[in-house]
Ligand binder design. Structure first.
Ligand code: FO1
Ligand code: CA
Length: 330
């Protein structure tokens, strides 16, 4: 058994090659849910869905979110109606006292569906409607995710990190905002001052996640702050990672990041935006996979390969390096 911690695009890209060294039936993927938002009453779980759609071979691989070839008729009409209501122009948080359903609502991640600020495709929306309805019927997010994973024929086991709500809040020079507001609506423009995982102390990793963390763990080249940080913020997770063998793939080549907002976010929380900073952030990691061109001197075993992942062949090469690193420490 092996467990991958996933968020953003880095680990999903790595998972494209997982069968190079692992039997998918023995692979568990624990996905970050700190990015989740409730948009117009629908629970959107971007990091679960990237793994879901990649595993179902329908992911839009230009953007690494949403469904390939999806239409946006509903989203476009929502935009038109927002203008009619004079309500276009950015994310609108819902007032805390308005509950839309009986499920446990986290008010710091609730956005109005008027002026929907994330582009939700039509088929993508069907996933959010289904997930939300299953939660409203009393199922857990873990159960709803299993149903969706079956519907998309996933060959790995996909778990949300928690059934409880956690929200990644980015504190910036323009105030505190949800990660999706910072990333999608503001295009990572405000200066990051701190990052908070709101709700994490009252949240628990699920029993399935606790079990999965007994196996060796792989942290792909995901953003250490907003992709892996929320998972680590759950009670007991860092202790579990200390107890089990862990291999991490650096999302940097020295101080060059492959993609996304990792550098700004790491700087914002006081970490050096580099492979060295990732190693500092991950004291429980037993071995690292670094790029051939990354000469960072680390105090732990290192396996080097070309870590750029543009296609499945690249992913398989990096997965082979991960397996070699695990063999050294497991
Ligand atoms: N990212 C964007 O940059 N713009 C969008 O409009 C957008 C919509 C969206 C809808 C569903 C979904 O699951 C993800 C979506 N993303 C969008 C990606 C998302 O903001 C982030 O990249 C992830 O949260 C990072 O893991
Ligand atoms: Ca360890």
């Amino acid at each position: 058994m092996v467990t991958f911690l996933a968020g953003g695009t880095g680990t999903p890209k790595l998972l494209d090659g997982v069968d190079a060294a692992f039997d998918p039936a023995e692979v568990t993927v624990v996905a970050n849910t700190g990015d989740d938002v409730e948009l117009g009453g629908l629970l959107v779980c971007p990091d679960l869905d990237t793994v879901l759609f990649a595993g179902g071979s329908i992911l839009d691989r230009e953007t690494w979110w949403g469904i390939d070839g999806d239409t946006t008729a509903t989203h476009d009409e929502l935009g038109r109606l927002a203008e009619a209501a004079d309500l276009s122009g950015g994310p609108r948080y819902l007032p805390p006292d308005r509950q839309t359903a009986g499920r446990r609502i986290a008010r710091w991640r609730r956005f109005s569906g008027v002026a929907e600020f994330m582009e939700i495709g039509d088929r993508d929306r069907a996933v959010h409607v289904t997930r939300t309805s299953l939660l409203d019927e009393g199922r857990t997010l873990t159960e709803a995710t299993r149903t969706l994973a079956d519907a998309f024929d996933l060959d790995v086991t996909l778990l949300p990190m928690s059934d409880d709500p956690v929200a990644t809040i980015v504190h910036t020079d323009e105030g505190a905002m949800h990660f999706q507001e910072y990333w999608v609506a503001r295009r990572a423009d405000p200066a990051v001052e701190d990052v908070e995982f709101r709700g994490s102390h009252a949240a628990d990793p699920t029993p399935a996640v606790r079990d999965a963390l007994d196996a060796p763990v792989v942290i792909g080249p995901s953003n250490p702050v907003t992709s892996v940080g929320p998972i680590r913020a759950l009670p007991g997770v860092d202790d579990a990672l200390t107890e089990t063998p862990v291999v991490a793939v650096s999302p940097f080549v020295e101080d060059e990041v492959f993609s996304g907002p990792a550098a700004d976010l790491m700087r914002g929380v006081g970490l050096d935006p580099s492979t060295a900073g990732v190693a500092d952030a991950y004291p429980f990691v037993d071995a690292f996979v670094l790029d051939d061109a990354d000469g960072t001197d680390l105090d732990r075993p290192v396996v080097r390969t070309d870590t750029r992942i543009d296609d499945a062949a690249d992913a398989r090469r990096v997965v082979d390096a991960v397996a070699a690193a695990l063999a050294e420490v497991a």
